[in-house]
Design a protein around this ligand. Structure first.
Ligand SMILES: [Zn+2]
Length: 292
């Protein structure tokens, strides 16, 4: 038998951020068409992708991030777990990184879409796959997915997303913690970036000389939405707010030059932004054999 499917081998890339080591872990990809984007046609989206040197494909990368240090092992998001065929390689990649799921002390959620939580529960929905982990998310995220009035008004296509979120929240039960601001672990703070979902958040690691902002879903297609931040995606709960938040975050990180990471960046999973005139640009950081 040959490995003839379209999966890559385990994608792992480590960076040092102060006393923490942060590992980008590719969970896989989501095979979605560019038709999901608003504010750009599919042909133009493909043209921008190819012009950026990417393969001519609308597949969206899905990653999670592992943070190790200060006696803790923390996972940021849980990948897609294979829901709808989305992602699903997190656990194989954790094994390749020599990380046992029992070691995970905390799971920090950027938001509760299926491609970020699918890998947190097993075939028995009540069984958390990281049974020793505290599940942390923004207050507004928990409220959004658990409010029956919001569920009832949601489009039919989005209703399974509520179901998936509720299954995961239930599985972690008493180990759930919702927050609105401040530190969630030593040197790691939550930052609220509402729009994509009401509680959508990033996590900033302050490591003294070095810092890292894991910005969640500020972009889904970096080669498109960095140069054209007004382009939104069908999964945005509030498209206007999502675009406004994206612009605000891009302004900030291009001004500071801080290192960023995101669940839909291209591997190896880290980048820096710049702005020339009115145009934002992302430069993905190259992989380094030496841990830097
Ligand atoms: Zn996502």
């Amino acid at each position: 038998m040959t490995n003839s499917n379209s999966w890559q081998a385990a994608g792992l890339n480590r960076r040092k951020i102060g006393d923490y080591i942060v590992t980008a872990i590719v969970d896989g990809f989501i095979a979605v068409p560019f038709d999901l984007l608003a504010g750009i046609g599919p042909d133009e989206a493909m043209r921008m992708t190819v012009a950026a040197g990417r393969p001519s494909s609308s597949a969206m990368t899905v990653s999670t991030y592992l943070i190790e240090g200060k006696g803790r092992t923390i996972l940021v998001d849980g990948g897609g777990g294979g829901i709808n065929g989305w992602g699903g390689r997190l656990h194989a990649s954790l094994a390749a990184a020599n990380v046992n799921p029992l070691m995970i002390d905390q799971v920090l959620l950027t938001h509760a879409h299926p491609d970020h939580i699918g890998g947190l529960v097993g075939a028995l929905p009540s069984a958390p796959l990281f049974p020793n982990a505290e599940l942390v998310m923004h207050d507004a995220e928990f409220v959004f997915w658990t409010d029956d009035a919001i569920l009832n008004q949601a489009p039919d296509a989005m209703k399974p997303f509520f179901q998936a979120a509720r299954v995961v929240f239930e599985a972690y039960g008493a180990r759930r913690r919702t927050v609105s601001e401040g530190q969630v672990a030593p040197g790691i703070s939550i930052e609220h970036f509402p729009g994509h979902t009401p509680g959508h958040s990033g996590y900033r690691i302050d490591g003294g000389d070095a810092s890292l902002l894991i910005w969640g879903d500020i972009v889904h297609y970096p080669d498109i939405q960095v140069p054209r931040p007004e382009v939104t995606i069908a999964f945005d709960a509030d498209q206007t707010a999502a675009a406004a938040t994206r612009k605000k975050v891009l302004e900030r990180v291009s001004a500071t030059g801080e290192l960023v990471a995101g669940m839909h960046l291209n591997f190896p999973g880290f980048g820096r932004l710049s702005k020339t005139g009115q145009a934002f640009e992302i430069r993905h950081e190259p992989w380094s054999a030496e841990l830097i």
